[in-house]
Design a protein around this ligand. Sequence first.
Ligand code: GDG
Length: 724
Amino acid sequence: MAKTLIVSNRLPVKITQTEKGLSLEPSAGGLATGLGSIYKQGENIWIGWPGLYLNDEASKDNVAEELKTENMSPVWLTAEEIKDYYEGFSNETLWPNFHYFPQYVEFNEDYWEAYKRVNRKFADAIMALAEEDDTIWLHDYQLLLVPEMLRETLPHAQIGFFQHIPFPSYEIFRMLPWRRELLVGMLGSDLIGFHTYDDMRHFLSAVNRLAGFSNEHGVITTGKRKVKVESYPMGIDYDKYERTAASGETLEREVRYRRSLGDHKLMLSIDRLDYSKGIPQRLRAFEHLLREYPEYREQVSLLIVVVPSRDQVEKYSNLKDEIELLVGRINGQYGRLNWRPIHYFYRSYPLHALSAFYRMSHVALVTPMRDGMNLVCKEYIASKLDQRGVLILSEMAGASKELSDAILVNPNNQDQMMEAMHRALTMPEEEQKQHMEIMQTSLRRYNIHHWVSMFMGDLEEMKASQRGTLTRLLDTKLQNQLKKAYTKGKKRVLFLDYDGTMVGFTKDPNEARPDKELLDLITQLADDPQNRVIIISGRGRDTLEKWLGHLSVDFIVEHGVWMREQGKDWELAGKVTDVWKEDMRKTLDLYVDRTPGSFIEEKNYSLVWHFRKVETGLGELRSRELCSHLRFLSTNEDLQVLEGDMVVEIKNRNVNKGRGASAWLQRFPGDFTFAAGDDWTDEDTFKAMPKEAYTIKVGSKNTAARFYVESHHNVRAILKDLIE
Ligand code: GDG
């Protein structure tokens, strides 16, 4: 039976050396709890680094055996690997870049090499356990390359990836020398999740600009497969925080802490030591409050917990020094014998202590400079059983998108932070409760279990839709069938689209002329007396005539406006006019003026605006504008506006490739029909074909064609196979 593998850098377990040997303590973190319902079932398993170094194989085997009883499997890393892959590339390159601290990024090739090696190690560990139809859910920025590494050997596995930290804007991400490899690595997934819509759109924009793949409603088509990108804001184990806040142990601690702290109002701040958390900025804002609002002196204290992290690294030890200097300064200047402005602790606390802190704080200050989500603010809200308390939340934390009932602040704006504290400290209880109620209702519903089920549900759905497309891929078996039908045929009709189907796309359409291989291929195909080859294209007749006019082929061009039987004259299809062209051309000219890089192609009965060479993003924006402009202008005319690949075309409505192809099939009926095309103007051709025709779409988008292939190279290979 298919199983599920969860993969993260670190296993959710703490292993410690005791007198009796190693002791294993599964972690109760949010992610571990949420995924508990998955990885603890049957054959399912969680793969990751157990957090300790072991040298001898016997001890490794022992730990692995122990871990197996908890449904976990270790990836062993050396101290060197942890230094370069984890502390190096993950935490000194990706972390600062993804959190908008580009000035902190280390550009180190050795780190990158180690990152690739360790990602490969993870991929190997997964492949040793995974089977073809398993589901694999990878977590976070330490493992960005693993999805594509897995895809090479497990083409049909379900692969999901969730990134817990932000995905930065393209302008920041592009600074990384390894940006493209990182994206390609991630695109091996079927589903990629982020906390927020902003992360998701930054990722899509980076993929578009760096890898050249566009998306439709968040679904990227890479040419090989579809990859869905979606936002899944992670929730907390709500019941657990609610329960803990009501427990005897928490209440007992609260009474004890209260006794030592006195009955001042409390503001709380809890973070891991990190520059992304905005701790100095928060301290300065508090200092500002004490300076500008003297009435809070001796009335309000800040309880600040900083959880130790990476303090051997210079940037972090500097940050710690800065925090301690600020705390000392503020306490020194404002403190009294009976009141300390700031209670500072550099340590971590057990869950019940944390819960007591949440309960006893009037205000929670969660003001990171940047945070993927931030769970502390959600835990604070869940712990407020009496609904009294106010959350001040940075708009740079993912959580701010959900918690609009908090007081939202820009952590760089000291005045605003100060005013937010003032407002929080004076907020009437009724109002506090109103906001709490709304946030609690939402967090109770969008809890960690909801998050897991949304992600897993979408991953399954994605795979099902992937299967639907895969069955239509023209594989070797189907190709043999095609060849058999071709060989049997006595009167064969083959419709071939040109751009994107037989040649790739170029920046300049004039550069897409046929190479020798293609000319030989079409010549051989067309010279077979049993074949009738029709070049069916949106291009103007002049270029195609120049490039292919000397071959024994027919033409249907300008989307069916002009047709020509080999050796005869061009004929005009149906009723077409060009009286509209002059007016429309003026509008197109306007868009060329406003959009550097764009240009107009004039055909006999249509006009095309090309934006292939325009700055990414601007071209798409202008093309949407132009389309609605043209549609408005052409309402009373018999014209149609088409959006193609990097083009907008306006033409007569009553001609299209489909009508052209039908006319041809009536004139030259065959016993074998074949059509290949790549964009949606070719859909008309596919629909005009008899049911048994071999219709082939290049790219895996939705199509009326019976089969699809990945690129124009495949089309050439198919044609070559037919004539051999
Ligand atoms: C990544 C992203 C995203 C903190 N101090 C103590 C303690 N904690 C617990 C909190 C909370 C967790 O640690 C920290 O929450 P974060 O949200 O900051 O999560 P991270 O795992 O650090 O970070 C972040 C998250 O992933 C989830 O996707 O939200 O943006 O950076 O649960 O309660 N727990 C105990 N003692 C402490 O002293 N027991």
